[in-house]
Write a new protein. Structure first.
Length: 191
């Protein structure tokens, strides 16, 4: 094994043949295929949260040649994801009541504006499919699935905002992210 950041991560010569990303990558059918691993902590990279992308290197650079190695890219997920969830434009009032998340296809939190639950907390399954909102456990939970791009379907990740319900008046009407055109709305919680 070799590394483009060998000074910071001295991994040259490490055997990674039993790692899931290595086994999966070496099993890809052609050199045109790739595999994206779920976000995970990578012990070889100082336990950093990474997104790993792999593709086989093949004899003669031929897409159908015999696999002779693997190109693995370990994307440093933490700073990028933190910038996304902390960069969502919310008022101070909205931010005090909300938690902005990115969850993977298995409902596992892979980014959180409050930094909690990373890789070990799962949201309950969202019953309405790709987009929408629901009230659950004193919170409004809104989500949208990331679409991927061009021919890439994406990984089934969702952007999620959880907001604790606040009661405006005794009639028990609540407002989600006041003033936001795409999130505005009132519901009666029937206290």
């Amino acid at each position: 094994m070799a590394s483009g950041r060998g000074v910071r991560f001295p991994v040259a010569g490490t055997d990674v043949s039993l790692r899931s990303w290595f086994r999966t990558g070496m099993g890809l059918r052609t050199g045109d295929d790739f595999h994206a691993e779920d976000i995970a902590r990578e012990p070889l990279w100082a336990d950093t949260m990474v997104g790993t992308f792999v593709t086989p290197v093949r004899t003669g650079g031929d897409a159908n040649g015999r696999p002779i190695g693997l190109l693995a890219i370990h994307f440093d997920w933490e700073p990028q994801s933190r910038a996304i969830v902390e960069g969502v434009r919310l008022t101070d009032e909205e931010r005090a009541l909300s938690r902005v998340l990115i969850v993977d296809r298995d409902n596992r939190i892979i980014a959180a504006s409050d930094g909690t639950g990373l890789l070990n907390e799962r949201l309950p399954a969202f019953s309405s499919g790709q987009a929408g909102w629901q009230v659950r456990d004193g919170r409004i939970i809104a989500q949208h699935v990331t679409p991927g791009y061009e021919t890439y379907r994406g990984l089934g990740w969702r952007g999620v905002i959880e907001q604790r319900l606040t009661v405006d008046k005794p009639s028990a009407t609540v407002t989600l992210l006041k003033g936001r055109r795409s999130w505005s709305g009132s519901i009666n919680v029937g206290l």
